[in-house]
Design a protein around this ligand. Sequence first.
Ligand code: ZN
Ligand code: ZN
Length: 263
Amino acid sequence: MEITFLGTAGAIPTAARTNTSLWIENNKTAIIIDCSGDILHKLKRYDLHYERLEYVIITHGHIDHTFGLPSLIESLRLEGRTKALHLYINEDTFKRQYEILESCNLLHRKDGFPIIFHSIPLINHYHLLTEEGLDVFTHQVKHLIPNVAIRLSNGTMSFTYSSDTEPFEAFVDFAMNTDVLIHECMCAKWFSDPLVGHSRTDQVGQIAQQVHAKILYPVHFSPKIDENPERFKEEIAQEYTGTIIIPYDGFKFRLKDDKIEKI
Ligand SMILES: [Zn+2]
Ligand SMILES: [Zn+2]
């Protein structure tokens, strides 16, 4: 399976980074996790097989994770998509997202493609879907509104994406022994106290260490990331002995056999 960072910023984008969202594909299917910005542009720009897209997962209702969804659906429709798209939406924001799509005249169109809605229940260790060798699980996290983390496994390897959360014990249990941890890292020690609902460099390092992740990709950064990415990394490394990679938008890696490779 191949993973591409479609964005790596928190709610405030920078000149180089857009809001955090992820693309996951294998040779048969593809999944988008969170939907911000001009998604189809990014899929084309990063040369991804967007015809494989079958699933979109929305972790929570904050605008930096959702606002690209209407434009993704409309741009795929205009390009002539006919294949159904499955939308998995956190139950807390399900109704609102549905209403937004409906008010944009994107549903029930004769000239559109089928959209199949699924609500993500706020249940821990929930098995969300199985498809083409991929298993997706969700787990509630601790954010300003109800939110879920996602763990995705291809049978031999797994990655866990925290979405937006402050550190807490049950997440460590959910992410335990994941090969790759993609964790939000909203702020750093040199400029911020710990935040409610988000994680700081030292906390992210502690979590990566506790779950025994082989590689940590911090994401969902404050705009200060572009001033000094190395300082973010150094602060995390004080707590975590594994490999830390600060991804840029468009960064790709692959989980294959027992290896994690940059593409
Ligand atoms: Zn966010
Ligand atoms: Zn959020």
